[in-house]
Ligand binder design. Sequence first.
Ligand code: GTP
Ligand code: MG
Length: 458
Amino acid sequence: MFSTDDSIVAIATPPGRGGIGVVRVSGSSALEIARRLLECRTPLEPRRATYTRARGLASSATAPCGDVLDEVVATYFPAPHSYTGEHVVEISAHGSPVVLEAIVQRAITAGARLARPGEFTLRAFLNGKRDLVQAEAVGDLIAAATPLQARVAFDQLEGTLTARIAAIDAQLFDLIARLEASLDFSDEGYHFVEPAEAARAAACVAGRVSELLCDGRRGRMIREGATVVVAGRTNVGKSSLFNVLAGNERAIVTDVAGTTRDLVTERIDFDGLALTIVDTAGWRETRDVVEREGVERAVRAQEVADLLLLVLDRSEPLTRDDERLLASTNDRARIVVVNKSDCAAATGFSWPNDDGVLVSARTGAGIAALRQAIQRALTGSEALRDTAAISNTRHIALLEEARTRLTSAQRAAETGHTPEEFVLADLQAARECFDEVVGARTPDDLLEHIFSTFCIGK
Ligand SMILES: Nc1nc2c(ncn2[C@@H]2O[C@H](COP(=O)(O)OP(=O)(O)OP(=O)(O)O)[C@@H](O)[C@H]2O)c(=O)[nH]1
Ligand SMILES: [Mg+2]
């Protein structure tokens, strides 16, 4: 299990050089450790930045305090009003890896242990400073690649998801309490909830979980991003389209069929979504070994895509290669992009207008509509203004499990003759899923709730 008896130390700022770097010490002896490595004459005052100097290891008997490492600013956050809920000392030094490493080493000889990854946040969770959802949000916020990702993570850190789950859980808790009471006092003929009412209440809770899950797909896209692969036969304008979407001239464009030979990848902030777009070699039968390898890579890229942009060239009749690609990607998430709208449609080119987006990579016509179509295909809506509170696969899986259990409880209650124990078992399981999302287990407060709500014993 996790030990929180000892004090931990680590560099809190990213590796590399910078204006400042921060070493964080957390634990019951944080203040004592700081005292031994800092030159302060008086103890650090709570929540006040103190300008002082840090000293390294004693190198000899003549230099018992060690050499001065750096000028630093130290701040002491007494428990429980700190990030971890323990005593914390933060030492800001100049952002030199050598200096920061030396401060960490000094802290270790003074009694600290090197922190494991995420251990400060783990302690914050164990000390009740954050629930699991919020602890996970810290990681998401740090990893965010787009401002929207950061905002969703911050919402979660603020407790938006926790609050939504708590509201649903309260409703479920109430239902469980009434069923428990009916069970406990069945002999006396107490009936706190009729089966039909229990079924309705379970359905209502399941509906609220569904609403939360609806945001889930969108939220996951925001959190994890998506891969969009541009595919099509040679010379239809894949690389041109790729460059327009990427906003730069990354891929080579020529009128030679078979220009692109390898995968070209670009990561972009696509209206808030972190997208990886991939340009591929045009599909055609070829004897050229280099091009053939390129085509194989294109096929593999298509297989891992979250979304395919299948590009057609309307200035030429559809070819066998086009037909083959259209057929082989029919069951995939794809958008058919009809390119070269600035040219007249060739006789022999036929593609229904309502299946696809007409664009010109050359003039930019139709690109805005294509961007909207991509957004819609990936997230189910055109704009990401409403941030989703749920974005984490673990949360989604647990909420799906909760919904299954709630629906099962609803069906059992609807029959009118399923024993309450069975209905309760499903409801309890759903509640455990909620608890698991936020990392809380509250088994004993059930009775308390019954007494407070029903005034039994009166
Ligand atoms: N008129 C017109 N020409 C275009 C358009 N898009 C691309 N082209 C031209 O079509 C030719 C092929 O464009 P690319 O973007 O290289 O096509 P590709 O599909 O990547 O080709 P490969 O890499 O060989 O498979 C170039 O001459 C482009 O300038 C468009 O919207 N209108
Ligand atoms: Mg190309």
